[in-house]
Write a protein that binds this ligand. Sequence first.
Ligand code: BES
Ligand code: MN
Ligand code: ZN
Length: 503
Amino acid sequence: MTRISLSDGSLAKLDVDALLVGVASKGRSIVLAPGSESVDKAMKKRLASALGDLVATGKAGEVTKLATLGATTAPLVVAVGLGPAPARGETYSAEAIRRAVGTGVRALAGTRRIATGLAATNGDGADLTAVAEGAVLGGYAFTKYRSRASSGSHKKAAGTVTIVVPDAKDATAKSVVARAVALGDAVTLCRDLVNTPASDLHPADLAQVAVEACGEAGCEVEVLDEVALADGGYGGLIGVGQGAKHPPRLVRIAWSGAGDAKAVHLVGKGITFDSGGLSLKPAAAMEWMKSDMGGAAAVLATMRAVAKLELPVNVVAWVATAENMPSGTAIRPSDVLTMRGGKTVEVLNTDAEGRLVMADAIVRAGEEGAAAIVDVATLTGAQLVALGSRVYGIMANDEDLRGEIVAAAAAAGEQGWPMPLPDELRGSLDSTVADLQNIGDRYGGMLVAGVFLREFVPAGTPWVHLDIAGPAFNQGDVHDYTPKGGTGVPVRTLLTWLEGRAG
Ligand code: BES
Ligand code: MN
Ligand code: ZN
């Protein structure tokens, strides 16, 4: 991940390899965003017209590079589009800044030192947050599996982004950067885990990452192996995992930052590979199923950030992890599983496995008297049908809690949208032999899965379910600060929500 530093020097005089400035559209012309003044002055006030000559329009996502020919210490100015200039008295939105900086830092992959003055855009500290976040989010590259990491179009992430602020020693500025770095570190961890092939990330490996990444940050981490899971009656995890050579795990990660207050619980789906099991997926649908542990990766990574930032909250996260494989020992369509807590489920489709492992973990969170449960899962293809590839679904048994998550997503710059859990869908989950069956109504599949999970939440416990099937993994092209592959969604929502709970 790209590093961040602060400077209160003049941008034009900083000894770096490239300067990042913002440019916005205003009618048919362009305007420079605040923070580029020293560079413009060094270029005899001709920066905007030079960018105009290079056909910069200021639209979001646009990158225009300009050699400074000695006018500034850095040899290169990179202008990133911010979109339309704000109306008089208004400022650029945090997301516009985040995306512009992310775009610039991504476009400068392979560059050692970048500097920007964009944090001066609105002067209330929010701008610095957005610039720092954009830099850490855009400064990402997954190079582990490349034999020549720095060559061709697959460059390493930019080295350092120096952000020019009025006072580099200011305590608030420093803490804003520390927080952005912790957030970037968590998003990076989540993306790396999602991008790692399933052959290198079996359930026991994911559990070990939790032990190391969260343990080192100060969390208490406990791993239940397949023997403990069988003893504890975790029929969902055992059933889903029984076809695989690599057995399931349930990981409990705890952070105690608020004495003996009741903890909020996070639950993540950690299917390290979803082949569908005996209800086998077609080959094309399996291509990105290494990402089916995106929910688990997100809650694990969030816990690391919570601990690093020493948030005054009590949080427990559950990583419910298994590999869903077909074999002679795999669960069959029509098998009945007894879940943690005693409910029975008839498995009619072994590809609806996520809800089975999630149910066990939700029950366990409920047993601990969770103040609230937030579960995160790449649960249904129906999420993509309903909301597209970038917007995750937010379902709940509690309107207030759902509202908190919707607000946290918006504040964090992630796209999540509230969805209902219609009671009439429950009947479609009635089984002819067991308490429930794991598939129901053909329509509204995302909601059906949510209704299934709701059955395992104790009465009176506020619960929210995030279906991140599409948003966890970018199958399309890079955009803004979002790389291909693992996106890190919804780490920023979860961290922002927990920061809010912390007061
Ligand atoms: N992991 C998949 C959901 C998924 C699909 C995630 C596409 C990311 C991209 C999940 O386990 C699954 O297979 N769900 C089934 C449920 C169905 C059998 C009721 C689905 O959505 O097809
Ligand atoms: Mn599946
Ligand atoms: Zn799955």
